[in-house]
Design a protein around this ligand. Structure first.
Ligand code: C2E
Ligand code: MG
Ligand code: MG
Length: 552
């Protein structure tokens, strides 16, 4: 994916686009679009733009077309363009299999991959490492005394120091390694293929030396140190998040150990293995005893403020640990095969609840249910959905299933058929956490889905990073071009809601309106409405919502 602004400059390019066009990370930013298309085409585009100006862009929103792209080495290949929004410019997408990340994947200051891209790369590295039985290392780096540099010499100098450190780090690693910036003065390095701890220790020594050399930032020579922590897959964690977290912990130990040093994560491995086993045993008991319950979070029509739906979110009433949220047990449930019975319970319970509300004469709303990848991959997935609808009597049109991009991509072939059947029976499908995974746009257009849920990480950062606002605007524009409804997740502030409203985002969900709540409380919410002025249009200044219902 490329984003080109109205002046014809590239303002965002994801790694797939860089590879495709043959540029290194960050090199495409600032290029004029004419460098990326053959001369004849470039001239034509330029003349068209002069002649019709913004008018073309306005009219063409949603249009798709074929164009020729030019790689850095001069060779040509077909690209597909889809005009997302006249404000954010063109979105160019190659047809056929190009992985498309909607996220801004790079840090603006250093041009390094950001957190998101890093997470994806670690996940891929783990998949390969599992297959080929090697190790993956994650190094967490934090500059020593960076705050002092910023405070005494100013942010401009601080920024240049970060850029200089980024260059040093890149110089010390192999091309297949990833150096990413986490934000602030934190960097994370991924080594996708290491044989063991000695490899990692050797590189850490090299990094310590590379960063310690004076940085020539006129008029000063700046000196800085760095504290490094490392974790290894599979020894210290099985997923990206755990590996980063454990490398971070090790980095703190390095800081405490006197700064400008390096530490491995010292795992209380046995302890953790035991804890995991306990959770799994507890979980088995929970399934048998029915210790789960659902919370419901309203989905709100952005224009009028009415409740259009509820998302069912599972909680575990743990006998000794209290009410647990899904992140504490769903990963273990998925690995241990317990997710299938749990998912079946959720679906049935949510459908029964929705049908009970309808029978009680409450306003019609839809019920959104999250589906886990392990459920979606089962041959009897559709049968389970049909069974739950049959048994509870819920109208299929009142059910919306939330799937993720990666689930669809993982089961690309069967997904088209499964989604087609769901559409035939009237069940709607939304893509959850949209923007966090890799998608191929050509695939996405093949899947009959109804809505996109923009991931809360994008909403949370609205108002901060400008690129983020562009990404949100673009996702909404593209969704509308594909006739999809857009639901924004994690809306917490009135400013975020205003931003979304101006861009014609249809629905919103988040703490601004209400936390997830038990069915009994949700009933009151539907009856009174979160909106005091439902149906009235609002100018974007005074919100008609009664905000901030708490989770109980
Ligand atoms: P999700 O489907 O993206 O659900 C949204 C999550 O964001 C929920 O977390 C919700 O409580 C939280 N949230 C909603 N509004 C806000 C907000 O304004 N700010 C913030 N910071 N958070 C907000 P929860 O309930 O902990 O669920 C986490 C994830 O667990 C869900 O993400 C979903 O992927 C999964 N999950 C939940 N229930 C089920 C289930 O029954 N089955 C399956 N397979 N997965 C489930
Ligand atoms: Mg969801
Ligand atoms: Mg989500």
């Amino acid at each position: 994916m490329l984003l080109i602004d109205a002046g014809g400059c590239v303002i965002l390019a994801n790694s797939a686009a860089e590879n495709q066009f043959g540029y290194d990370a960050g090199e495409m930013i600032g290029l004029n679009a004419t460098a990326l298309i053959p001369d004849g085409y470039a001239d034509r585009l330029a003349t068209e733009r002069r002649r019709h100006g913004a008018e073309i862009a306005r009219r063409a929103v949603g249009d798709r077309g074929e164009l020729i792209g030019r790689r850095r080495d001069g060779s040509d290949f077909p690209v597909q363009i889809l005009i997302g929004s006249s404000k954010s410019g063109l979105v160019a997408v190659r047809t056929g299999g190009l992985e498309l990340a909607f996220a801004a994947e790079h840090d603006v200051l250093t041009g390094l991959p950001n957190r998101l891209l890093l997470g994806n790369r670690i996940t891929r590295a783990i998949i390969l490492a599992k297959r080929r039985r090697h190790r993956v290392a994650v190094l967490f780096l934090d500059l020593d005394g960076f705050k002092r540099v910023n405070d005494s010499l100013g942010h401009a100098v601080g920024d240049r120091l970060l850029q200089s450190v980024a260059t040093r780090l890149l110089g010390a690693v192999r091309a297949s390694d990833t150096v990413s910036r986490q934000g602030g003065d934190e960097f994370v390095i991924l080594l996708p293929d290491v044989s063991g701890a000695p490899d990692v220790a050797a590189l850490a020594e090299k990094l310590l030396r590379a960063v310690a050399d004076p940085h020539d930032i006129a008029p000063n020579d700046l000196h800085t140190g760095v504290s490094i922590g490392a974790s290894l897959y599979p020894d210290d964690g099985l997923d990206a998040e755990t590996l980063i977290k454990n490398a971070d912990t090790a980095m703190y130990q390095a800081k405490e150990g006197g700064r400008h040093t390096f530490r491995f994560f010292a795992p209380a491995m046995r302890e953790r293995a035991i804890e995991r086993q306990t959770v799994e045993e507890d979980l088995r008991r929970a399934v048998a005893r029915g210790e789960f319950t659902l919370r419901y979070q309203p989905q709100i029509d952005v224009r009028g403020g009415a409740i259009t739906g509820a998302e069912a979110l599972i909680r575990w009433k743990h006998p000794s640990r209290g009410l647990l949220t899904p992140d504490a047990f769903i990963p273990i449930a998925e690995e241990s095969g317990l997710m299938v019975p749990i998912g079946a319970w959720v679906l049935r319970e949510a459908c029964a609840q929705a049908e009970a509300w309808r029978r009680a004469g409450l306003p019609a709303i839809s019920m959104a249910v999250n589906v886990s990848a392990v459920e979606f991959g089962k041959a009897d997935f559709l049968a389970g959905i049909l069974g739950a609808l049959d048994d509870t009597g819920l109208d299929p049109r009142a059910l919306e299933l939330e799937l993720t991009e990666s689930m669809l991509m993982q089961h690309a072939e069967s997904a088209v058929t499964v989604l087609g059947t769901l559409r035939d029976i009237g069940v709607r499908v939304a893509i959850d956490d949209f923007g966090t995974g890799f998608s191929s746009l050509s695939y996405l257009t093949r899947f009959p889905v109804d809505a996109l849920k923009i991931d809360q990480s994008f909403i949370r950062q609205l108002g901060g990073d400008r690129n983020n606002a562009i990404v949100v605007t673009t996702i909404i524009g593209m969704a509308h071009a594909m006739d999809l409804r857009v639901i924004a997740e994690g809306v917490e502030t009135a400013d975020q809601l205003r931003f979304l409203s101006r861009r014609r985002c249809e629905e919103a969900q988040g703490y601004l309106f209400s936390r997830p709540m038990p069915a009994a409380d949700f009933v009151k919410l539907i009856a009174q409405g979160v909106s005091k002025g439902a149906g009235e249009s609002w100018g974007g200044r005074d919100l008609p919502y009664d905000i901030g219902a708490r989770e109980s």
